[in-house]
Design a protein around this ligand. Structure first.
Ligand code: MV4
Length: 450
């Protein structure tokens, strides 16, 4: 087992990893930018190394500084958390070259899954259901027209280097194809320095349901059921839940089996997520695979009573998984609390937290790095807390979430707490009748001043 793990991240996820390391008797090293000197991950780690100034590209993304920090502290592994360097093939490779275990995917795996067209053809080979469309990259506009015709409108053009909706276009009729082709390629070139495109049939009003998997170094994988992440705004998840209100036992078994097949086919090692689009007839299609721990992992932990960070560390240390699949025993919901103003187009609202009262009690988990007096720096992601409620039924979990949100007091900055509180009363949310289109029609009710 590792003796010392460096956590190449900040915020709640750095704290989350430190907590499990402590429980496992593993020493921890925090790294931090000068903007985070007063952050809790710095205080709770056994050692801390400053790796640069506030901008991410000079600190949390600065590979040489992080490797140097690992070397001077004698860390034998690096946990990258999510975001930052967690899916950076070059960093995974550099760790390898320095004899430091990267607790994440191999460089080859990251490259393979990071290229979406390549990931998709791999999944077709593995026998995982994919959306009908082009076989790989489309070279010319003529080919694009031909495939659109064969696939049948509406279609979707996607950037192979994409993700998060960049370089993606829905096309409903032939006349709009040329414009979409040109603009999607331009957008992709500008964002990723690559304009490879592929095409799929457009799935209308899909749900985004993902399956958590874990693979070990012996080629064995298992799944830990699903998370429904359909409530998103501009490709940012706002809340997630498990089980999915749209799930059936039959669908879970089929999607779970497909996800395990995917992971075993590529000999996936570590914790990963296989994302699917699910249509209204409960057909499911592979979308992407994430080769990292995800923000929303706690809801899975809650309903199957399992520590996913511990599992990542165990697998990275060469310990085999049990091999059995896991099924939800409870219902869990996560609300992402962001320093944003939901009454003002979710505009970022960094600054000092003057008053803080955090919710607690039975079935309430709060993963956060903030405290009263903490100043949220403007340089990073706006997520400041994850509020997670768990109960026997969905109805109780929602009820508990309302109660917990009502207890949650944050003053000095704007947060998304009022959004979540309204969401928990929204009929289409409460009934579980929502798709990825849900937020397009959601409007905040007027603020009532006390
Ligand atoms: C799709 C789709 C409909 N049909 N593909 C959005 C992010 C990108 N990685 C894939 N995305 C989509 N792909 C086909 N063939 C609809 C989306 C999509 C979406 C997917 C998941 C969650 C939210 C979304 C919001 C808009 C569009």
């Amino acid at each position: 087992m590792f003796k010392k793990i460096l956590i190449a991240n900040r915020g709640e996820i750095a704290l989350r990893v430190i907590r499990t390391c402590k429980e496992m008797g593993i020493k921890t090293v925090a790294v931090y930018s000068t903007a985070d000197a007063e952050s809790l991950h710095v205080r709770f780690a056994d050692e801390a190394v400053c790796i640069g100034p506030p901008p991410s590209n000079l600190s949390y993304l600065k590979m040489s500084n992080i490797i140097a920090a690992a070397e001077i502290t004698n860390a034998d592994a690096i946990h990258p958390g999510y975001g930052f360097l967690s899916e950076n093939a070059k960093f995974s490779k550099i760790c390898q070259e320095h004899g430091i275990k990267f607790i994440g995917a191999s460089p080859e795996m990251i490259d393979r899954m990071g290229d979406k067209a390549n990931a998709k053809s791999t999944m077709i080979e593995a026998g995982v259901p994919c959306v009908p469309g082009s076989e790989g990259i489309i070279e010319t506009f003529e080919e694009c027209e031909k495939i659109a015709k064969e696939t049948g409108y509406p279609v979707m053009l996607k950037a192979s280097a994409g993700g998060g909706g960049k370089g993606m276009r829905a096309i409903w009729k032939k006349e709009d194809l040329k414009n979409a082709w040109e603009s999607a390629r331009q957008e992709s070139k500008a964002a990723f320095g690559n304009d490879d495109m592929y095409m799929e049939k457009l799935i209308e009003e899909p749900r985004h349901i993902e399956i958590q998997v874990v693979g070990d170094s012996f080629g064995k994988a298992c799944h830990l059921s699903e998370r429904d992440c359909s409530v998103q705004r501009r490709h940012q998840k706002l809340t997630e839940e498990t089980p999915s209100p749209f799930m059936t036992d039959e669908l879970r078994n089929a999607m779970g089996e497909a996800a395990v097949k995917a992971a075993e086919y590529i000999k996936y090692e570590g914790a990963g997520t296989v994302e699917f689009l699910v249509d209204k007839h409960r057909n499911f299609f592979f979308m992407e695979m994430n080769t990292r721990i995800q923000v929303e992992h706690p809801i899975t932990e809650q309903v199957i009573d399992f520590d996913l960070i511990r599992e990542q560390i165990m697998v990275a240390a060469g310990i085999p998984i049990s091999g059995k699949n896991y099924f939800p025993m409870m219902h869990s919901i996560e609300c992402r609390i962001n320093a944003e103003d939901p009454y003002n187009d979710f505009r970022p609202s960094p600054g000092k937290i003057t008053t803080l009262h955090t919710p607690g009690g039975h079935g309430v988990r709060l993963d956060t790095h903030v405290y009263a007096g903490y100043t949220i720096p403007p340089n990073y992601d706006s997520m400041i807390a994850k509020l997670i409620t768990t109960a026997q039924t969905r109805e109780e979990a929602i009820n508990k979430m309302k109660r917990a949100l009502d207890e949650f007091v944050i003053e000095g900055i704007k947060t998304t707490i009022p959004f979540h509180r309204q969401l928990m009363d929204e009929p289409d949310y409460v009934s579980g009748n929502y798709t990825t289109k849900f937020m397009e029609s959601f409007v905040m009710k007027d603020k009532v001043e006390e």
